[in-house]
Design a protein around this ligand. Structure first.
Ligand SMILES: NC(=O)c1ccc[n+]([C@@H]2O[C@H](COP(=O)([O-])OP(=O)(O)OC[C@H]3O[C@@H](n4cnc5c(N)ncnc54)[C@H](O)[C@@H]3O)[C@@H](O)[C@H]2O)c1
Length: 244
């Protein structure tokens, strides 16, 4: 049985990744901050392991990975968003967003990769369409997610020789997790849905399916890529602007 570790796995997209990986036969480590939430998600799996900790805490991450065992697949999914205007963003919030969204991808990625050196493995980092397209009031998130794309390429170049494949996913408008509160507003929901060429918001399942594909041998020759999963929305700017 292969070991898959998902950070931020207690809620939202991460919890869906944990469930799908469990159904696919992985032993699943659910790493997240809140003990009750981690245990609820992990206990709902056939082979779930609750790993309570902060992805920015280097020592705790090392402890949790040695407790979990060698990682075959790591999904660096934990993330936070602070929706202030950049002019008001505090340095503390900027640092926190960079720490959780970007620096932790290095911290957990390196700790997991060290367990992959002999047998190879797969790392999947969660970016965002914000890595490619900034949006107002998104603070440090855009810079952090762009960093995730670059770090994915760097990891793929340095760790390919160990048989480690590293890719990222850039989700679009996902009706789950941190975006659920925005889509609870009907006007936002209607306008954003209307901007998606495929005519619907994305789901956590849409993202989890791509995670499982990238983790599988069907993706054996893909490394260093960021796969956008957004129903086509990042290509739809001109569709929003009438020609006449
Ligand atoms: N929902 C979307 O529309 C969307 C779009 C693009 C990208 N993403 C990305 O997908 C990922 C999952 O987001 P989500 O929408 O499921 O959000 P979410 O808030 O539901 O889940 C994020 C999880 O990360 C955990 N987390 C936060 N800080 C942590 C820390 N320091 N240590 C450990 N765990 C921590 C949270 O407790 C939470 O369970 C994030 O990286 C996010 O940036 C989401």
């Amino acid at each position: 049985m292969k070991n898959l570790l998902v950070t931020g796995g207690a809620n939202g997209i991460g919890a869906e990744i944990a469930r799908r990986a469990d159904q696919a036969g992985y032993r699943v480590g659910v790493l997240d901050l809140n003990a009750d939430e981690v245990e609820t998600t992990a206990n709902g799996l056939s082979n779930g392991v609750a790993l309570i900790g902060d992805v920015t805490d280097v020592d705790r991450v090392a402890e949790l990975i040695s407790e979990f065992g060698n990682v075959d697949v790591l999904v660096n999914n934990a993330g936070i968003l602070r929706t202030d205007a950049l002019i008001d963003h505090t340095p503390e919030d900027f640092r926190l967003v960079m720490d959780v969204n970007l620096n932790a991808v290095f911290i957990v990625g390196q700790a997991a990769a060290r367990t992959m050196l002999d047998n190879g493995g797969v790392i999947i980092n969660m970016a965002s369409i914000n890595a490619i397209h900034p949006s107002p009031n998104t603070g440090a998130y855009v810079a952090a997610k762009a960093g995730v794309m670059a770090l994915t390429q760097q990891m793929s170049v340095e760790w390919g020789e160990y048989g480690i494949r590293v890719n990222a996913i850039a989700p679009g408008f996902i009706d789950a997790g941190m975006s659920a509160p925005f889509f609870a507003n009907d006007a936002v929901r209607t306008r954003r849905t209307g901007a998606v060429p495929l005519g619907r918001l994305g789901t956590a399942q849409d993202i989890a399916k791509v995670v499982l594909f990238l983790a599988s041998d069907d993706a054996a020759y893909i490394s260093g890529e960021t796969i956008t999963v957004d129903g086509g929305v990042i290509n739809s700017v001109l569709k929003q602007l009438p020609r006449e």
